[in-house]
Design a protein around this ligand. Sequence first.
Ligand code: ACO
Length: 311
Amino acid sequence: DPDPDPDTFERTLAADERVEPRDWMPDAYRATLVRQIAQHAHSEIIGMQPEANWITRAPSLRRKAILIAKVQDEAGHGLYLYGAAETLGVAREELLDALHEGRQRYSSIFNYPTLTWADVGAIGWLVDGAAITNQVPLCRCSYGPYARAMVRICKEESFHQRQGYELLLALAKGTDAQRAMAQDAVDRWWWPSLMMFGPPDAESPHTRQSMAWKIKRHSNDELRQRFVDICVPQAETLGLTLPDPALRWNEERGHFDHGPIDWAEFKAVLRGAGPCNEQRIGQRRRAHAEGAWVREAAAAYARKQRDRRPA
Ligand code: ACO
């Protein structure tokens, strides 16, 4: 471990430079990053489940190929992020154990079911749209490996967002039944998407410190507002309605006002009482157990290659 050097750490932050793995950093800074990056990584891999649900039922070969690629991208995002977390001195196995034992979180959003094909579009438009809004500022996070991982992730997320929007647009311009299916999906995903940004600023225990450390660049409410402002005109173009009668332009603030968010629902989902919490974590644990032989085989192969190399 490097010698404690709080001055260099503070100077790095003040100059908007990056903290790198070998630099000294406060224990609490390291712990906050491990928590956030692990939660982010877990979200990426748990997030594969709701959409994978539709791969076998995609309505055309083109849609199926796109969806497979997208779900595969999410696995890749998980890998970059577990890699970034490992630079902080934690092992991937530890993080996965923490997920499986309920000691670390994943995003609330992935505890909702995907009931129809239109949900794949609504997830791309709203869920990936919210993810990008939250993640673009993370490209400027003070911790180098996390910031760099976010650059590529954001590029891929932009593609995901556009495929969702294009899918919903096709449904919205389709038959009455298709339009109704698209509207129903937007009705169900809108509010949970707003909850992705986390609790209101006044009830967010970590925001102040994380912003001081330049891990977070904006507060939860600021990013939520930015997302609402982006979505309203996009919904108009789609010809779909956002399920909030209180949504209206506020000339004075220069933003859209929105109705109250059901924070009791958010808290219930975080407690494990969302519609799909048990199913998601159960599936993850099963997949991990069933993949044990792959991990063993990969480790055995790596050992063999290493032993073969001349010393
Ligand atoms: N789902 C689950 N847990 C959440 C969510 C959410 N949507 N929002 C906040 N929380 C948790 C926090 O992890 C924290 O947990 P703790 O009490 O166990 O420490 C608690 O609620 C309080 O929240 P905050 O103080 O606001 O926490 P934080 O400063 O970490 O902000 C945020 C939360 C905005 C989600 C932040 O961690 C972040 O930007 N993370 C990176 C992005 C990310 O994880 N995206 C994943 C979903 S997108 C995708 O994968 C496609």
